[in-house]
Design a protein around this ligand. Sequence first.
Ligand code: SF4
Length: 263
Amino acid sequence: MPDFVKSHTLLSPSGAFRWLRCALYCRVALSGEFRKHERPPGLAAIIGTEKHAIMESFFRRILPAAPPNPPESWLKEAWESSLERALLPESEADFLSEFLGSLAFSKDFLIEENLPIPGIFAGGVEQIVRGTVDLAFYYRDTETLKIIDWKFGRRKVLAHNNPQLSLYSKAAALKFAKPVKALEKFIVQPAITHCDKEEKLKPNFTQKVAAAYQGGQKAPATAGDWCEFCELQRLCPKYIKRERCSREIAPEFRKILADMEIK
Ligand code: SF4
């Protein structure tokens, strides 16, 4: 991705769970404050990135080389005999083998594709949002779109009502530019042998992804499950109140909190 785009992408699909629900988080993300406080990735994130790269390598190598009309089990067979399989722990490779056995090939595919996601308005303006789709297939015969998201962490993630997958689906549907009658979204977590799927027979890609931070300066901070990994925990009055922890507000955030009349 060009640096220009990177530097202007302040809302990411992976944080959508939070910025669609909490206006304070959305506001701080849009202010660019997170950039200044970015910490180097932890070990788990580095390992996850490496494993994503292994999957990317596999699909980039085999999908363009697929034979005409490959059998249903082709993806699984290709994985079983691949070099990449040997680079993952046995249990994770086995789980992926099982998953790939249920996934049919299509010549319309996306691999680690960084795509724009239009139509997201926050703070009164359309935001530049981009996301990287791990893997997607479009099946012309059934007009079905499948979105697959690898997660190599150990915390269980569900596909149901998952805004990250919804944003990826929207971006992929626009990229394929073909009618989509059915949508299947998958979260695949080899480390905990977990796969979750959400099916939509009539996908609506104009869903309320634009709901974030519409309320202007006084939009509320809303605490909930999405606070768990929020970077603002230590300074957020809502979180501090909810968790009854000690207060430690960083000076650079005081103005934002004051503007939003958050005490
Ligand atoms: S910790 Fe605060 S800012 Fe972060 S999501 Fe929760 S309520 Fe919003």
